[in-house]
Design a protein around this ligand. Structure first.
Ligand SMILES: Nc1nc2c(ncn2[C@@H]2O[C@H](COP(=O)(O)OP(=O)(O)O)[C@@H](O)[C@H]2O)c(=O)[nH]1
Ligand SMILES: [Mg+2]
Length: 698
């Protein structure tokens, strides 16, 4: 396979709300460019980029997937990304290594919640954007309405460069406002096209839309503005050149129209990617130097190499597949590279470029290109592969922390080890999940971005690694604390046969601010407790506090001061003082007015404004505190703080209330006291759970 130089590469992330047609668009682009010989269909499970079993089954993209094609001698690297809230971090990871974004919009729905999110992300990263208003063949599709909503929700820089020919199911092509030509397609999936002059019935509309475009282009550049005032218009060359400059500067996002299922007007998007979007050679890349200062560098095909690992795929057969972008220098097959992040060396075998799941080997990948390599030993997502001489590394992408945690248990006994090795591989692939054993309950916990995310992870575990688990209802990580100061006394005395046991201590308990965990202060003077036994007192308290006092949750945010005690010259030992510590702690807790704390989440909900009233009422019922409300076009954004315990079933609720048109996001905020009537329930549940167990001997 050919090796490409930066100037003949485009790296483009396809982003947008779920269902706008990104994956189908990728299938059409790849087919039209001749990169695949079959026109893949999402609905038939044959798209190039939704190849994972789970994606095919759910008809939803769950993970960012690269593909590529060649168009007019330029290699286009496309990255298809998920549009669902639970999986959006993969879209972010893709945008981070792309040079431009193609934002896909459903011509019926217009801009949606995740459209705004990915738009904002692309803007923050300074990426030139191109908009594709897709699904124009559907009933009630409207370019005007879709455009108006994108311009309102995202930005005024969105400017149409095409007009549609034919409406809804008769949508057949476009008038290109730059070339002022009409392109009609057969709409049978093939890309056969008839080029003609602009038809008479749309001539006026096209002329005036072109005028607007020319004005927008002129406004984006002072020199062109002057020319525009002198001549009253721009020449064709000025328009073409000026449009490109404006796109690169982020001043115009040209909007294209199309149907990705009928394959209408899609080849023009390939032209646009090549003509209007930047090559890596035109974009200095961002990195940090040895002192961690941000720097911008020009890529160069020669000189020291530096590459960034943006994703890892856990393949049950091929093992770990590492996806990277070469930013400068070049990587060669069968060579050794340095992992700067881990200071280790990695042997590269075959270098590959990925067409969905299908690899093609390449001898070399140069600055600006994307590629993959299998079976690296310890390289993970966010690592930098670079020669020290390059003097730079790449900033890791910050992935969101999990917000919900479920306990899982193997369906067949003895699968624990297999679960944990498979889970660790899935964790490498998806940095937004966490898998761990609860130190107190010994349960296996799987945490992720939402219920759907957890379900998908469990499904992957089954399909890819053949391990089945049951999901148990999520546990809330409650905590306990005290609200009053108390003094307490613990004395452990046992007279057995010969040698006895004796430990005795007096302690003070005091509340501390949230987040302080636990402090232990030694305030013994004059040897009331011999030095060597004081750590034993602390240990005794530590061991008991993590097991809870009211309902089995760790006691936090308090200080213990040991201030007095007594000992016995013969019978005192470490164990006795540990016991005394435990007794004192429990004695103190009984008077320190213990209480239960629960995690409270920051929640942000986006939904059509018609539902705002219902959703706010429901949040009140969930003990939520509304902290803000905004309207965005026809949508409302509600911000609230809600206890985690009330949010466990929110996903289903929101979907059913809004008919799937609402979405939400939440993250941990702080711990707060549980209202007392609910504490009673938590304590009762704990007692019921423990009813069968032996009572621990203190
Ligand atoms: N009618 C019509 N359906 C489309 C078009 N593009 C995509 N779809 C359908 O819309 C659904 C979602 O498409 P998909 O590519 O998976 O959307 P994604 O979530 O953005 O990747 C699928 O059923 C597609 O067949 C289009 O241009 N016209
Ligand atoms: Mg998709």
């Amino acid at each position: 396979m050919k090796v490409y130089d930066a100037a003949s590469i485009r790296n483009v992330a396809l982003v947008g709300h779920s269902g706008s047609g990104k994956t189908q668009l990728a299938a059409a682009l790849l087919f039209d460019a001749g990169a695949v010989n079959r026109f893949g269909k999402v609905d038939e499970g044959t798209s190039v980029t939704d190849y994972d079993d789970e994606e095919i089954a759910r008809k939803h993209t769950l993970s960012a997937t690269p593909a590529w094609c060649e168009w007019n001698k330029v290699k286009i690297n496309l990255i298809d990304t998920p549009g669902m809230a639970n999986f959006l971090s993969d879209a972010r990871a893709a945008l981070n290594i792309a040079d431009a974004a193609v934002v896909v919009i459903d011509a019926v729905a217009g801009a949606e919640v995740q459209t705004e999110k990915v738009w904002a992300e692309a803007e923050t990263l300074g990426l030139p954007r191109l908009v594709v208003i897709n699904r124009l063949d559907r009933e009630r599709a409207s370019l005007d309405r879709a455009l108006a909503s994108v311009r309102e929700a995202c930005s005024r820089i969105v400017t149409p460069v095409q007009l549609p020919l034919g409406e809804e199911k008769n949508f057949r092509g476009v008038v290109d406002l730059v070339s002022m030509k009409a392109y009609l397609y057969k709409a049978d999936g093939s890309n056969s096209v008839t080029e003609s002059a602009v038809p008479g019935d749309v001539a006026d509309a096209a002329a005036s839309a072109r005028e607007t475009l020319i004005e927008m282009v002129a406004e984006a550049d002072d020199k062109l503005m002057e020319r525009f005032f002198e001549a009253g218009t721009l020449t064709q060359e000025e328009l073409v050149g000026g449009l490109r400059t404006a796109v690169l500067a982020g001043k115009i996002a040209p909007a294209f129209v199309g149907s990705s299922t009928l394959n209408v007007a899609i080849p023009l998007v390939l032209d646009a990617i090549v003509n209007y979007l930047p090559s890596p050679a035109e974009r200095p890349f961002r990195a940090v130097d040895a002192a961690k200062n941000e720097i911008a560098r020009e890529p160069s095909a020669t000189g020291p190499y530096a590459a960034f690992v943006w994703k890892t795929v856990a393949d049950p057969f091929a093992g770990r597949i590492t996806l990277f972008r070469v930013y400068t220098g070049s990587l060669k097959a069968d060579s050794t590279v340095h992992n700067l992040t881990r200071d280790s060396s990695e042997r590269l075998g075959a270098l590959m470029v990925m067409q969905g799941k299908t690899p093609t080997t390449v001898p070399e990948l140069r600055a600006g290109d994307l590629g993959a390599v299998a079976k690296l030993k310890d390289t993970l997502t966010n690592d930098t592969l670079a020669e020290k001489a390059a003097g730079l590394s790449f900033m890791p992408v910050k992935f969101p922390e999990p917000v919900l945690s479920y306990a899982i248990e193997p369906k067949s006994r003895g699968d624990e080890d297999k679960i944990s090795t498979s889970m660790h591989r899935l964790e490498e692939e998806d940095p937004t999940i966490r898998y761990a054993r609860d130190p107190q309950t010994h349960e296996l916990l799987l945490a992720g971005q939402g219920q759907l995310h957890i379900e998908v992870t469990v499904a992957k575990l089954k399909r890819r690694f053949g391990v089945e688990v049951n999901l148990k209802p999520p546990r809330i990580p409650y905590r306990e604390t005290i609200t009053a100061r108390a003094e307490a006394h613990g004395r452990h005395k046992k007279q057995t046969g010969g040698h006895g046991q004796f430990g005795d201590c007096k302690i003070k308990l005091e509340p501390l601010p949230r987040g302080s965990e636990f402090e232990f202060v030694d305030d013994i003077f004059g040897g009331a407790i011999p030095r060597q036994y004081i750590p034993a007192v602390e240990k005794g308290i530590q061991e008991t506090r993590v097991r809870g006092y009211l309902a089995g949750y760790p006691v936090v945010d308090f200080r213990v001061t040991v201030f007095d005690g007594s000992f016995h010259a013969v019978d005192s030992n470490e164990l006795s003082f540990k016991m005394a510590g435990r007794l004192a702690f429990r004695d103190g807790m009984s008077r320190a007015r213990p209480t239960i704390l629960e995690p409270v989440m920051n929640v942000e909900i986006h939904a059509p404004s018609d539902f705002a009233g219902d959703l706010m009422g429901d949040l009140n019922g969930r003990r939520g505190r509304i902290s803000g409300m905004d309207s965005r076009g026809s949508n409302t954004v509600i911000r609230a703080q809600v206890p985690m315990a009330e949010m466990l079933t929110y996903e289903q609720h929101l979907t059913s209330v809004t008919g799937g048109r609402g979405s939400y996001h939440m993250e941990y905020s702080h711990y707060d006291e549980v209202p007392s009537h609910l504490q009673t329930k938590i304590i009762a549940a704990y007692k019921a759970e423990r009813a069968g167990e032996e009572v621990e001997e203190v």
